[in-house]
Design a protein around this ligand. Structure first.
Ligand code: GLN
Length: 251
């Protein structure tokens, strides 16, 4: 009997952390599962909602403004045993895949000092930290995602005050070929820590970066069903969208 494959995808704070259509990433996950006959159960968790994170196969968290990030700190329960923050950190240490975009990416790190100099202590689940710089880093973004098989060129859009630094020895997701990336200085973009893929790429990111989407789905599927395989899809349309953007950026 063919195994009935299903993935539980947790979308954290979909109503608050959702800049530039970031929710399109969970729609992409769902459709790319559906097209393969894999059942995708999307669990949307807002402030006050909860779920057993041990049943989650893939987490997604989008971007948000400084005050959005601040508004979530009580609900996350940073530093408290049994809180969402501590259970998400535990999932990360168990190599559960996570896609985190911009503010959601920053939130998984140690802290964020915003433009007014106020420091927010974040999850500390990945060895990065963020400090707002002069002005915002805004515009199209393209990078070679060396931490993804095949080092695909990823195209997106960034808009952030925060400049993120990776602790010594922590691998970036990739290297910038167009735009600013983590901080506009060291040429890195994003992070790959265990199976956390953090990036500044809004867009939404995944509809026009199918290799990125499938990298996360493959990790989630193989963790849950060790002998499963993710069949290829016809990505003609997605590739045309990707290449149109890459061409616009002369990449
Ligand atoms: N508030 C954060 C910053 O400005 C993240 C912004 C975002 O998610 N686009 O750096």
């Amino acid at each position: 009997m063919e195994q009935d494959l299903q993935l539980n995808i947790c979308h954290l704070y979909p109503d608050i952390l959702n800049l530039y259509g970031d929710r399109g990433n969970t729609i992409t996950f769902s459709k790319r599962c559906e097209w393969r006959g894999i059942k995708a159960n999307v669990i949307k968790l807002g402030v006050g909602d909860d779920y057993d994170f041990q049943d989650i196969d893939l987490f997604f968290i989008g971007g948000g403004q400084d005050f959005d990030q601040h508004a979530l700190l009580d609900d996350l329960g940073i530093g408290l045993a049994g809180s969402k923050a501590s259970r998400l950190a535990q999932a990360i240490e168990k190599d559960v895949p996570v896609l985190a975009i911009c503010g959601g990416y920053q939130l998984l790190g140690e802290y964020y000092v915003d433009a007014s100099g106020d420091r927010m202590d974040f999850l500390g689940a990945i060895p990065i930290y963020t400090e707002a710089g002069d002005g915002r880093l805004i515009g199209n973004l393209a990078y070679k995602a060396d931490a993804i098989e095949g080092s695909p060129l990823v195209v997106g859009f960034e808009n952030h005050a925060g400049r993120t630094r990776l602790r010594e020895g922590v691998a970036p997701l990739g290297h910038v070929v167009y735009g600013s990336g983590n901080n506009g200085e060291d040429g890195t973009e994003g992070v790959r820590y265990r199976n956390v893929f953090g990036t500044y790429s809004h867009g939404p990111l995944l509809p026009k970066n199918p290799a990125f989407a499938d990298c996360l789905l493959r990790i989630a599927l193989e963790r849950k069903y060790p002998y499963s395989a993710l069949p290829a899809l016809d990505d003609t349309l997605e590739t045309r969208a990707h290449d149109a953007m890459a061409h616009k950026l002369n990449q």
